[in-house]
Design a protein around this ligand. Structure first.
Ligand SMILES: Cc1ncc(COP(=O)(O)O)c(C=O)c1O
Length: 396
């Protein structure tokens, strides 16, 4: 009898990535010639800066074509540690032994989740949150506990809200600031209170700071800078968003050395090292500071300009509610009650694609079905046109 596939218990509850699914649908429509305005994508529309591409080309010629250490080449881990020590000055300097380089911050998050959480553990996930946190926690066979943020405070959670949701099984919390999908940024005080609670309760803090450099109203504070201890802290970051390097697949963790060792061992049995040439590209992004800072500055300036333009466009639709976007490149809009649908975000996503040819991501992907996410990582004209069509669909 032919073997028919039955999902193993490991993936029994696994769902397709909603953000990737939207991108695929928009691509398929475009391929059919439909002029879709794609505000679904979660990636910068810029090319990787030339000095990084050139460093990668040189690295290939110089022989960066083989396996590297699982945890990443030492010069890159040194550069990551040095970069971290630019922002944290209160504690012992970060060392390369605390750094594990992986194939994107997504893998770094998964390394952390698998190594820290398991059956019987609860993991607090402030929602709305990036879609993959839930799946990663479930893949680790731990329980994801959503904690809804305060709509009056940019859908952010407070330490008190986390405390109220905690149980004796709580083992950790996933933080993300600037936030995907809302663009909200936690203030120093908000983050410090959460870090103190986690320290007192002995929870792991997984701080996903992939958008940290994309902030419009002052620097987004890093957990590394204010954590009362690093003993329970895992910083996750990467080059994808700030340096327009999504396709290169480089991320990393900064975590206590014993945990880093475990994550490296786990990665050693799953994917081994990140691509050698990509590691050299990331090294250029981190080590060539002057050029890198200029490139990041320029991209953030463009994102800010687009953000301001879409907010101006939304000004013509006073009934439309959204989270104030202070970082990242997303706009989170409230679509509660849309046409009386049970899942208003999904209904809105289908309607706006069909009626206005705009692709967005329904909020159910982020644990909040009454909302939708639009990305403005596209040209200003396209972003403004797309957001105007969204607001039109919402208000007519
Ligand atoms: C919050 C968040 N974390 C992590 C990632 C993954 O990024 P990377 O490309 O480094 O794997 C994304 C990508 O969309 C993200 O939005």
């Amino acid at each position: 009898m032919p073997l028919s596939f039955q999902p193993s218990p490991n993936i029994a509850r696994l769902k397709e990535s909603a953000t990737l699914a939207v991108a695929a649908k928009a691509r398929a429509l475009k391929a059919q010639g439909v002029p879709v305005i794609d505000l679904g994508a979660g990636e910068p529309d810029f090319d990787t800066p030339a000095f990084i591409r050139q460093a990668a080309a040189r690295a290939i010629e110089a022989g960066a074509t083989r396996y590297t250490n699982t945890e990443g080449i030492l010069p890159l881990r040194e550069a990551i540690a040095a970069d971290a020590n630019r922002i944290q000055v209160q504690q012992q300097p970060v060392t390369p032994a605390e750094v594990v380089v992986s194939n994107g911050s997504k893998q770094s998050l998964y390394n952390a989740v698998v190594c820290c959480f398991g059956p019987g553990d609860d993991v607090l996930i402030p929602i709305p949150s990036w879609t993959s946190y839930f799946e990663m926690v479930e893949l680790a066979r731990a329980a994801a506990v959503p904690v809804l943020g305060d709509p009056a405070n940019s859908l952010k959670v407070t330490a008190a809200m986390l405390e109220a949701a905690a149980t004796p099984r709580t083992k950790g919390v996933m933080l993300n600031s600037p936030n995907n999908p809302t663009g909200a940024v936690y203030s120093r005080d908000e983050l410090a209170a959460i870090l103190e609670l986690a320290r007192d309760r002995g929870w792991w803090v997984v701080a996903d700071e992939i958008y940290r450099r994309i902030a419009y109203e002052g620097d987004a504070v890093s957990a590394l800078d204010i954590a009362p201890t690093r003993d329970n802290l895992i910083i996750v970051n990467g080059v994808a968003k700030a340096y327009a390097m999504t396709g290169w697949r480089i991320g990393w963790t900064i975590a206590p050395a014993p945990l880093s060792k475990a994550m490296s061992a786990f990665q050693g049995h799953t994917t081994s090292n990140a691509a050698a040439v990509s590691q050299h590209a990331a090294l250029a992004a981190l080590a060539e500071r002057e050029q890198a800072d200029a490139a990041v500055h320029e991209m953030v300036r463009a994102f800010r300009q687009r953000r301001d333009a879409v907010l101006r466009a939304l000004g013509a639709f006073p009934g439309v509610r959204y989270v104030h976007p202070a970082g990242a490149f997303y706009l989170y809009l409230h679509v509660d009650g849309f046409r009386g649908a049970a899942d208003p975000g999904a209904a809105f996503a289908a309607a706006v694609l069909e009626e206005q040819q705009v692709a967005i991501v329904p909020g159910s992907a982020f644990g909040t079905p009454n909302w939708i996410r639009a990305s403005y990582a596209t040209t200003e004209a396209v972003a403004v046109e797309g957001v105007t069509r969204i607001a039109t669909c919402l208000t007519t």
